[in-house]
Design a protein. Structure first.
Length: 216
């Protein structure tokens, strides 16, 4: 087995996807080492999850910086200090600026709760319901300078039920997101995925459409 890939995880909230990665690693299902968890929110529960697993944590509150560029500069320095092989944005509610992105181009992935390219940004559950969609889901994509616009690696889809509201839809999607994050990071840990010339390359072949969870 190759060495575990050093992984930095960025969170802003509950950290349930971080917990899924921690649990999968403990169970021997992921060849990763989560070396650092960073949050821009001091009260984020994800920090408690990381501390409980013995993972080093850092808090970088964006409100304490004079502007976005200063925050991005500090975040980039903090991330690069650990020399991670992979950065996972798992509910990190900040736009990634060029100072952060450039050192990790092709090494940073984001989980977004929609079937991209649909519904970039926020309020994705509400927007899907308002549009009368029959399905919703989550996507994992490489992070680029375009908000939620990088090449999509993988997706999971669930049906929208007649009585769904944003809360029920999010609750049903969450466990599927956990599986998608673990499976996709597993592919990354096996060095099977790369971003090349704006496309997702898996096992040396250009992907014309995102992998579905059932295929991972």
């Amino acid at each position: 087995m190759t060495r575990p890939i050093k992984t930095c995880v960025l969170v802003s909230g509950n950290g349930s996807n971080l917990q899924a990665l921690i649990d999968a690693h403990r169970a021997g299902k992921l060849n990763i080492e989560i070396t650092h968890v960073i949050s821009n929110v001091a009260s984020a529960n994800g920090l408690k999850r990381a501390a409980g697993a013995g993972i080093p944590t850092s808090i970088l509150e964006h409100g304490k910086f004079a502007n976005r560029d200063e925050f991005d500069r500090a975040l980039a320095l903090l991330m690069t200090s650990g020399e991670p092989d992979l950065v996972v944005l798992a509910g990190f509610m900040r736009i990634i600026g060029p100072r952060v992105l450039e050192p990790f181009a092709g090494k940073m992935i984001n989980l977004h709760p929609s079937l991209l390219p649909l519904y970039k940004g926020t309020e994705t559950y509400r927007r899907a319901l308002d549009a009368g969609d029959r399905t919703h889901g989550s996507s994992i994509h490489f992070v680029t300078g375009e908000l939620d616009g990088g090449p999509v690696i993988s997706q999971v889809t669930i049906p929208i039920l007649e009585n769904d509201d944003p809360q029920s839809l999010a609750a049903r999607l969450a466990p599927m997101e956990h599986r998608l994050v673990v499976a996709t990071v597993g592919f990354m840990a096996e060095h099977r995925v790369e971003c090349r010339e704006g496309a997702v390359i898996i096992d040396g072949m250009r992907q014309e459409r995102p992998l579905q969870l059932r295929d991972l």
